[in-house]
Design a protein around this ligand. Structure first.
Ligand code: N01
Length: 544
């Protein structure tokens, strides 16, 4: 039994609820806390056996958040903020999971959460203006509202490689790592993928395994995290200024206070530019580098200057020049695939038992009973780890069979890409809200800031509907079209569309290629949402 799990599962006896919340991550927990406080009858469902969402599942070695712990935490309760003690600059997965359990204990959320239960379908009844929600545990719930707090990176995907099922050794996905961990001592280990999950886990696995082979399709830009224990006075100082600090975070571009850049990377000398990048490199903060100049995410020439800075670092760290060159990314601008923060990633390639296989030269042809075959050779392994990513932002939503007004299927409506109004509601699907959904800042922000903003907005909205006697709320077609167009237009001004990234849906065969998040900035986005609410939910149709 894992700490924090619920010993006995009580099936819901409430057939009728005000709100069904899907997902017991930070969004689902805060939703429940807020909804109960406002007098709603709400219940949270999760397929996991405990709280934490992303941090429940992703238990691979070295898993950490790459947003600073003092930023990646709730701000809604001053007492919680003061009592919780983070121990490191970047919190580990176990520490974040302890925090999630602490939150569930502190607000006694457990009685209204149901685990080991997946929401399978939800159908809107046009006559009653309510949802019928069905679960894997056989529950049938009649709910006025459904809030999808399902996470943005929670539908993991295996690669499309022949023979995955034929491997006789042990294999794991980073997102589904076993709770008891894996002992790599003396093992020949393969890691497929070089995204954030791989880059965090590889240095840890390399410490004990006998042999480590990394299969890289696309090299990534990675920056040293500079992780360290937090000093007592650093924590105390932050706790003194938290209210003002959080306010700045809410109004910032990425949901983290940062110095606003004023200059183009191209208007300063190479020495000055590199000095600023070095400062960001030493500080171990992505916003410090991506936000060093105004145009890094918007101008290819400006972006090239950071790219070359990182490539020079890789060549400096990695001793074998062929391996170093293979690790240098050229095919996408910095930041347009999620950049990584690492602890000794590039140094790993100087270890004698670690080898990089460049799939651009020798691709994998199949997984065999004993290992991996490429166009050049066959290799035997004891363990294969798939660090091959997620069907991001829409994957976990579309896993649910959502049927809206007039029998409309969400999967059909989104077949050419998601359409939402503010990333909060979808036309044709009344009384359904998404937290950090597509076309909101979401994955381009400090998630905790975005989660709190969405939960506050949604719960205020549901309260306003109740208080004014409205039965339903639905994004209008016009407001949705305008928002989608605005989202795409703003995305097109950036370099993001140049990369084959999960931001673009490009990592999932057949997924429409559209830029999924909103890059207008956390602060301006909040202002827009607040304005919509102030204007009696402008762009939404309300019905009595
Ligand atoms: O997944 P990814 P992830 N053959 O999609 C490769 C967040 N996160 O789990 O780039 C060979 O980034 C694929 O190659 P390519 C963070 O937002 C945060 O690592 O598609 N390789 C890529 O290298 C992150 O971005 C934290 O060519 C194949 C890798 O697998 C997001 O989660 C930590 C392949 C997948 O990388 C996802 O990260 C971890 C194939 N057939 C994650 N298919 C922190 O907060 C795929 N790949 C620190």
């Amino acid at each position: 039994m894992f700490w924090g799990e619920v010993m006995t599962q009580t099936k819901t006896h409430t057939a009728k609820l005000d709100v069904v919340v899907v997902g017991a991550g930070f969004a689902g927990m805060y939703l429940l806390h807020r909804l109960r406080g406002l007098g709603f009858n709400a219940r949270v469902f999760d397929a996991a056996s405990g709280v934490g969402g992303t941090w429940y599942w992703n238990r691979y070695p070295g898993a950490r958040c790459d947003v600073r712990s003092l930023d990646y935490s709730f701000s809604f309760d001053k007492e919680l903020e003061q009592e919780w003690e983070w121990t490191e600059k970047f919190a580990t997965q176990p520490e974040i999971l302890r925090y999630a359990n602490h939150v569930a204990d502190r607000y006694n959320l457990w009685p209204d959460m149901q685990f080991n239960t997946r929401i399978e379908g939800q159908t809107f009844d046009d006559a009653t203006e309510r949802w019928t929600v069905t679960t894997s545990a056989g529950d049938v719930i009649d709910a006025q509202h459904v809030v999808l707090a399902v996470g943005t990176l929670s539908a993991p995907k295996l690669p499309e490689i022949k023979g995955i099922d034929s491997f006789k050794g042990a294999w794991f996905q980073t997102q589904k790592f076993p709770k008891e961990g894996v002992n790599f001592l003396g093992k020949r280990v393969a890691v497929i993928g070089t995204g954030s999950s791989a880059i965090q886990s590889i240095p840890e696995i390399a410490k004990t395994c006998k042999q480590l082979t990394i299969f890289q399709r696309t090299p990534n830009f990675s920056f040293p995290a500079g992780n360290r224990p937090l000093a007592r006075d650093e924590v105390d100082d932050m706790k003194k200024v938290y209210p003002a600090y959080r306010q700045t975070a809410r109004q910032s571009f990425f949901g983290q206070p940062a110095e606003e850049p004023t200059q183009s990377a191209l208007e300063v000398s190479a020495e000055e530019r590199n000095a600023r990048y070095q400062k960001g490199w030493d500080a171990g903060q992505l916003v410090g580098i991506l936000g060093a100049f105004t145009d890094i995410l918007f101008d290819k020439d400006a972006n090239d200057t950071v790219a070359e800075f990182v490539r020079a670092k890789i060549r400096e760290i990695v001793k074998d020049p062929v391996t170093a060159e293979a690790l240098c990314p050229y095919n996408h601008p910095v930041g347009t695939k999620r950049p990584c923060l690492d602890t000794g990633y590039y140094n790993v390639f100087n270890m004698p038992h670690v080898r990089l296989v460049d799939l651009k030269k020798t691709d994998i042809t199949e997984i065999t009973a004993t290992g991996i075959k490429t166009t050049a050779e066959s290799m035997d392994f004891d363990v294969i780890i798939y660090a091959t990513g997620f069907d991001a932002m829409t994957g976990s939503i579309l896993k649910i069979d959502v049927t809206g007004r007039n029998g409309l299927k969400l999967g059909d409506v989104w077949k050419d890409g998601p359409s939402t109004y503010l990333g909060l509601g979808v036309h044709g699907f009344p009384n359904m809200f998404t937290v950090t959904g597509p076309q909101s800042p979401s994955v381009l922000s400090n998630m905790m800031v975005s989660i709190e903003q969405h939960v506050d907005w949604i719960t205020d909205c549901i309260t306003a509907l109740r208080d004014k006697g409205f039965k339903s709320i639905e994004a209008t077609d016009k407001a949705q079209k305008d928002w989608v167009e605005h989202t795409y237009e703003i995305g097109q001004t950036t370099l993001y569309p140049l990369a084959d990234s999960w931001y673009m849906g490009a990592n999932v065969p057949g997924k429409p290629r559209v830029f999924l998040p909103y890059i207008g900035g956390v602060g301006p986005y909040r202002e827009k949402c607040d304005e919509v609410a102030k204007n009696n939910y402008e762009g939404f149709a309300l019905a009595k």
